[in-house]
Every structure is written in C-alpha cells, then in structure tokens.
Design a protein. Structure first.
Length: 488
C-alpha cells in the first residue's frame, strides 16, 4: 500500500572530510521539506554521529571505499538511511546509541539498525515533521472528555442513518478530537493526536481510515488499518472510536466490516488487533468481529496511561491480548516450533481455525552464515523489538548484545520476533530463553513466515491477577505464560 515519495541518494568516500558534505546534503533536504531549525539541528547531529560511527567501525583505517546515504520523504517526515558494505560491527556499543532510541533521548523519533549479512548494514533514522496537535486547533472547551454517565445514547428503537466510507483529509481533525475526548492521551500511537499526520498517512497508503458519518454530516466513529506497507501480508486493525451518543447502533461492526472488505481487496492474508486487559470490553468487540486470540504481550502499556470512563489510571503496566483473523488462509503451512512449546502453539493455531503441519525435528539444521537482525526502539512506551530476519551462526551473540543495550537504556519490555517457518528456529529458542526471554504467543504473517513472539521484562513488577482475559484460550495462554515467567 505504501508509496515511495521524493527519494535521493548520495555516495561518499569513507573519509571524515565528507561528513560535513553529507550533513549539508541532508540538511538541505530537511529544509526543503519544511523542518524548523531546531529539528534540522537534531537531524544534523544524529547524522554526524551515525556517519562517524560507520567510518570508524565499518572500515579498516587503510581502506578506501564508499557508502551511501539516502533521503526519502515519508508520510510523517524524513527518512535517512546509511548503508555500507563494510565489516560487521555492533552499533549498540557505539555513539549511535544516543540517537533517540531510548525513551529519554529525542534527537530522532525512530532509529533502527539492520545487520543484513552479505548485503551489508543499514542505520535508519526517521524524524517527524512538527505538526499541530489537536489542542492547537480547538478551544479547550471543545476537547472536554465525553461524560460517560450523562450521555444519553440514541435509542436503538430510533436507529440513525449513517454512511461508512474512506476518510476525507479535512475530517482528520474530527477523528483526532474524537480520540482525544474519548481516551485522552492514552492511545499508544501518537499520530492520532496530529490531524495532519492522519491525513498524510492516509494519502501515502500507510493507513486506511474508515469513518461513519451521519445524515447531517456528523462524524460518529472511526477505525483504521495501519502498520501496513507493500511487502506486508497483514495489517493491524485498530484506532477505533465511536462517540458515546452513537453507540449501540452497530457502527463499530460496520466500520470493521468495511475495513475487512478493503483488506481482502488488497490481498492481505489477515488482520490483527491488540486489546487492553485492564478490562475486557475491547476483547469482546474483537471477538465479535471474528478475531481469535493468539498472544499476550505483558506490560506493554505504561501505567501512566488512562482510559476515560473505564479506568482513569492504571495500577500497573497494562498487558495486551493480540488477536488475529485470517482473510485468505494459506493452502499449506508448515511450522517448526520448539518441542516444549509444540502443544500450546498447536492449540493457538486450532483457535485460529487452521491446521498447519507441525514438525519438531531433532535433526533441524543449524543456522549458517551471518544473521540479519533489525532492532526497533523509540517513543514513550518503554518498548523495543528485536526482529530476526535470518538466523545465522552469530544470532545468539547479536541478540544478547542488543538485549543488554536495551536494558541499559531502561527499556522495560523487549520482544524477540522469530520466524516459525524457518526450520532452524526451533534449535535456538531455548538459547534465547536462557537469556531471560519467555513465550508470548504467535502472530501469522509476523515475519517472512509466521511469527513466534518471545518477551523479556526488564525489572517490571507485574501482578498477573490484575490481567483480565475473556476467552478460554486466552486464560489458558496466560496461565502458560505465567508458569514460564523467569521473574516469578
């Protein structure tokens, strides 16, 4: 779905004299895109650190070669990628650790490192362009929380007429306002509070927003497909809000039906969602839409978040139930789980109404060559993800190094995503569990194949008794996870 916008590339020698040249190039691109001087200074500083690290660590002192720096205008701002074919090095031990992939550091909004094996290495830096928040558009009185107890819902005996369609750009402000009034700043995805970002994400194809509009033109509800690009087989379904006065009218079901039709038309294998566990309302809604539980991500949502009209403040970091719905089931699916998780993984697939071939082979081949690993971290959630794109001989040492770095930066929850369709995966799970990771669940389409999710809690206090799970399989999965939690 995502489309490439303005793109350019600069190739420079691995010579420190060219650092300023590269910084000037990127600065001019940032200026063209409308970044303010303060943000451009952050970009220049981050880029300078990253390039100096590349020159220092990726090449021998006597080596004379080149590497690439590319700039691309993306929906939320500017993406800069530094790509080299030099020798492997650990970015977590270099100065790039300060580029913004720690909750308290904000030079860049997103930072990721990818070891691509024989294809070299990439450092990706993303800076969001400053947009006005919803509070900058409207007076405070129009952003007051919905009064849950005082709202008189439209009677079911007096149904309203509404139309569900793709959001128009000028409706983004109404979407942001509805989300803010319903949830405050509790949504984990900050872009919903910036109307211009919502409009840009829809224009670029990274998000598809469906809205329900009444006959008199009032925006009654919103839901979206997101976390989606041209190479993905799945999309997340979420960002749902229905104004209190229009609830009990079937609006949410109509929105999700519209989005599922859209996802099918795009050829997506399936859609997934995430529901909080401080209450079960969101889980019930997902289940009514045909979503089935497949994972539980512990302690992902900070306890500082609030849910207006439900829970004003969380008593601990909240956990999420991950659920999935197949739209196009694969004709044949073979997965290679570790033997000690075979039974629960089989149950989760059965819950998704699919029966893959499950192979547990003690002769599973070990991984060969260099690993391809991507680390994504950033934002206010204290959450990071390590994704293993390809299992290589060095995979355990690479994961250990990334985990240590993220823990030192005080990321509280770290996920490790492995490919269940890779025969080598089963041979390495116990070695990752020896590092402190433990089972979370599965996610079809989460990797090149289906994803196996392991989770790590970095000194996070957690009372399992406060986690509310509606489905029988969800409760069984939670008990299984608790039994394996090395922190208990």
């Amino acid at each position: 779905m995502e489309t490439r916008c303005e793109f350019s590339k600069l190739t420079i020698p691995n010579d420190r004299l060219y650092v300023k040249v590269a910084a000037t190039y990127v600065d001019e691109i940032a200026k063209k895109l409308g970044f303010e001087e303060k943000d451009r200074a952050d970009i220049r500083s981050a880029l300078t650190q990253a390039i100096e690290d590349t020159i220092e660590h990726a090449f021998e002192s006597y080596e004379r070669t080149t590497f690439d720096i590319s700039c691309e205008r993306v929906a939320l701002g500017l993406k800069v990628v530094i790509r080299d074919m030099g020798m492997p090095f650990d970015p977590h031990q270099s100065s790039t650790r300060n580029l913004g992939n720690s909750p308290g550091e904000n030079l860049m909004d997103e930072v990721s490192f990818a070891n691509l094996g024989r294809d070299g290495k990439e450092t990706t830096l993303i800076k969001y362009i400053r947009n006005r928040e919803i509070k900058d558009y409207l007076e405070a009185c129009s952003l007051e929380p919905y009064e849950q107890a005082a709202v008189t819902r439209t009677s079911v005996s007096r149904p309203i007429h509404f139309t569900v369609r793709h959001m128009k750009p000028d409706e983004a402000i109404d979407v942001s306002r509805a989300v803010y009034r319903a949830y405050g700043y509790s949504y984990a995805i900050p872009h919903v509070y910036f109307p211009e970002r919502i409009a840009e994400l829809n224009a670029s194809g990274q998000m598809y927003s469906a809205v329900a509009v009444t006959a008199n033109g009032d925006l009654a509800g919103h839901c979206a497909l997101f976390e989606w690009n041209a190479t993905d087989r799945t999309a997340e379904l979420g960002l749902a809000v229905v104004k209190p006065e229009y609830r009990a009218q079937g609006i949410f079901n109509a929105l999700t039906d519209h989005l599922i039709v859209k996802a099918r038309s795009e050829g997506l294998m399936g859609v997934f969602g995430q529901a909080v566990t401080n209450h079960t309302y969101s889980q019930q809604v997902g289940h009514r839409c045909g979503m089935r539980d497949c994972a539980i991500a512990l302690a992902v949502v900070p306890e500082t978040e609030s849910f207006r009209g439900i829970t004003e403040r969380l008593s601990q970091r909240d956990s999420l139930v991950v659920h999935f719905k197949y739209l196009h089931k694969p004709e044949r699916l073979t997965v290679f789980p570790p033997s000690h998780h075979k039974e629960i993984i089989g149950k989760l697939y059965n819950n998704l109404e699919i029966e893959p071939e499950i192979l547990v082979d003690p002769q599973t081949p070990v991984a060969l060559g260099q690993s391809v690993i991507k680390t994504r971290a950033g934002g206010p959630m204290g959450f990071a993800r390590i994704e293993v794109k390809h299992l290589g001989e060095d995979v355990v040492s690479q994961v250990r190094s990334a985990l240590k770095d993220l823990c030192l930066k005080r990321f509280e929850v770290i996920h490790l995503l492995l490919d269940l369709c890779d025969p080598a995966t089963s041979a390495y799970v116990e070695r990752f569990e020896a590092l402190g990771f433990f089972f979370a669940g599965i996610l079809p389409g989460g990797c090149a194949g289906d994803g196996l999710i392991l989770q790590y809690l970095n000194n996070v206090p957690l009372d399992y008794g406060k986690i509310k799970v509606e489905s029988q399989i969800g409760r069984e999965l939670l008990a299984y996870i608790k039994k394996l939690d090395p922190n208990l």
